[in-house]
Design a protein around this ligand. Structure first.
Ligand SMILES: O=P(O)(O)O[C@H]1O[C@H](CO)[C@@H](O)[C@H]1O
Ligand SMILES: [Mn+2]
Ligand SMILES: [Mn+2]
Length: 407
């Protein structure tokens, strides 16, 4: 029985890549800087002391980080016995966003430039805004700027509730985000509005990667909370990913846990399971691994590292999340049978010690574990697509256009 389990720790970079200066990210290091802060006792909220990741360390995380940056992050055991194959990889896609990272992982790098709304204020073209107001019959809109998604709720959430005007915002990513109150505006209305925005952005040739519904609850600034009903409307990958090939060429199964299906615009996905929060995502992943058939992929995105801790620049939160992941990792490993492979990786960085609130251009770790996988270094990988090519090779699919198989 052949199954591949792919776990993306969203934003878990392990040191800036060679081209990071183009993004203003030279020197960023999500894992390294978290480990440093923990080691200095600067991340003792909800957890204590040096970063404790014994299971990830045994899979080669510290070694992969050492290959990337020249040093094992402080607190990680340099002499641990290594039980997996490990590597670090850089990204060839032009952006450091989630779809680019995930598509490249699946063998389809994004070599074109996305469209961006780069003006910090009055970010969206008036023609687009007018269309949305008209088609969705809106009383107007709020925002129309760059912002962190939690900050903007404190600033505009109450006005939104009072006026019924949706909050439109963007970031350095290729995104059009719409925040609306689940109850006063309504979740279905928000989703319908996002569908309209998706159509207008696609038909208007704006080349925007994602429209994101950002529903929230609460009743005043300070207590607004975003909910698990976030929904991403992505454009489709420009060519078939290894997920789609597994389904089309081998009649295989691809089970999405968390936002994977949304990120690939539902392409090459045969089953979707949603869950909110690290523990729930873990539970859902294990349940799916237990019943995954031959020739299947269980593919999970652990979004909290990015959205709950990375973008919020919450070092202690991120460290605590990693420690929780590490504690539960043996439960995942236990499901890896004879011919199966488990791959732990990331899609970009989001260094919680870095300036601003955006992603960081970093190397990702690639840890490959399985009874038949030879432990040891797989060195530097020029593209995340080496993961896609490895999976294509493993399942006997037609070759991907990018990447080299690591196994
Ligand atoms: O600040 P929030 O809304 O979490 O936004 C983050 O999430 C979006 C999609 O990844 C990006 O725009 C990023 O900046
Ligand atoms: Mn991401
Ligand atoms: Mn993000």
């Amino acid at each position: 029985m052949k199954r591949a389990f792919i776990m993306v720790l969203d934003s878990f970079g392990i040191g800036s890549s060679k081209d990071a200066d183009k993004f203003g990210d030279h020197g960023s290091d999500t894992l390294g800087h978290i480990a440093e802060a923990c080691f200095k006792g600067e991340a003792d909220i909800g957890r204590q002391g040096p970063l404790h990741l014994p299971n990830l360390t045994a899979l080669g995380l510290g070694k992969a980080a050492e290959l990337s940056t020249g040093r094992v992050p402080p607190g990680m055991d340099e002499n641990a016995e290594i039980t997996a194959a490990y590597a670090y990889a850089s990204e060839i896609s032009s952006g450091k966003d989630t779809p680019s990272g995930h598509w490249e992982i699946a063998g389809v790098p994004v070599l074109f430039d996305w469209g961006y709304f780069s003006d910090k204020e009055n970010s969206f073209p008036q023609a687009l805004l007018d269309k949305l107001v008209e088609r969705a019959d809106l009383p107007g809109y709020l925002g129309n700027c760059h912002s962190s998604g939690t900050v903007i709720l404190d600033e505009l959430g109450e006005e939104h509730m009072r006026t019924g005007k949706p909050i439109f915002y963007t970031s350095a990513d290729s995104v059009f985000q719409i925040a609306c109150h689940e109850e006063t505006f309504g979740l279905d209305r928000l989703y319908a509005l996002c569908e309209i925005a998706r159509e207008e952005l696609t038909e208007g040739g704006y080349n925007i990667g994602r429209v994101i519904a950002r529903p929230f609850v609460g009743d005043k600034a300070g207590n607004f909370q975003r909910t698990g009903n976030r929904h991403d409307l992505a454009v489709e990958p420009p060519s078939p990913t290894m997920l789609k090939k597994l389904v089309d060429e081998k009649n295989g199964e691809v089970i999405s846990v968390g936002k994977i299906a949304d990120i690939y615009a539902q392409q090459g996905i045969t089953k979707k399971v949603k869950a909110t929060g690290l523990d729930a995502l873990f539970d859902a992943t294990i349940a799916e691994m237990k019943q995954a058939p031959d020739m299947s992929i269980v593919f999970t995105n652990f979004v909290d590292f990015d959205s709950t801790w990375g973008h919020r620049r919450d070092v202690a939160g991120y460290a605590g999340g990693l420690e929780l992941f590490d504690r539960r990792l043996p439960e995942l490993m236990e499901q890896v049978k004879e011919d199966d492979i488990l791959i732990l990786t990331a899609d970009h960085g989001c260094d919680p010690t870095w300036q601003g609130t955006e992603h960081t251009r970093e190397h990702i770790p690639i840890l490959i574990y399985g009874p038949k996988v030879k432990p040891g270094s797989l060195g530097y990988r020029e593209t995340f697509a080496d993961i896609g090519q490895t999976i294509a090779h493993y399942f006997g699919l037609s070759e991907m256009d990018y990447g080299k198989s690591m196994l």
